[in-house]
Design a protein around this ligand. Sequence first.
Ligand SMILES: Cc1cc2nc3c(=O)[nH]c(=O)nc-3n(C[C@H](O)[C@H](O)[C@H](O)COP(=O)(O)O)c2cc1C
Length: 151
Amino acid sequence: MKMIQLIYASTLSGDVSFSEINRIQTLAQRKNHQFNISGLLVYGRRYFLQCIEGPVKDINQLYSNIEKDSRHRDLKLLETREVTSRSFENWSMHLIMLTEQMDHLILKYCNSPHFEPHKISSKNALGLLKELNENYSTQHQITLSENHKVD
Ligand SMILES: Cc1cc2nc3c(=O)[nH]c(=O)nc-3n(C[C@H](O)[C@H](O)[C@H](O)COP(=O)(O)O)c2cc1C
């Protein structure tokens, strides 16, 4: 089955509260699991950077839903590419909230002390997401597999 990986940046809408972000993730985890979609959502300074990966048709459908979601705006598509393996296979949707601890990675990939995901290259976006995932993923993992769900 043809699989793609899509990365985009966006900005949290002005009237949306911080606590809404956890609700987005909870729903995303449940829905993505059903469609065999995996990915990572990073939030900081009112910006999102998200990678979603899975079957082409489902990723296109999901991105079309995400684009219409009024809880964020200024979506910028950074990357869509066909892949043979996943970068975030253990997560149906993992959320990482940026903290000061992670500043060195922002400097490394954003070429600035500030997280400004709209300005970074697709290569750096993926590099940042992967390195954040490797170093700062503490939640229990949800494994996507034929047998589904471990913990
Ligand atoms: C930043 C952001 C990331 C999102 N990520 C996902 C996601 O990974 N999966 C998902 O199903 N919905 C995600 N959503 C929610 C979708 O935009 C949309 O609300 C949802 O897919 C609609 O589900 P429904 O058709 O069942 O109501 C995200 C929303 C935002 C604002």
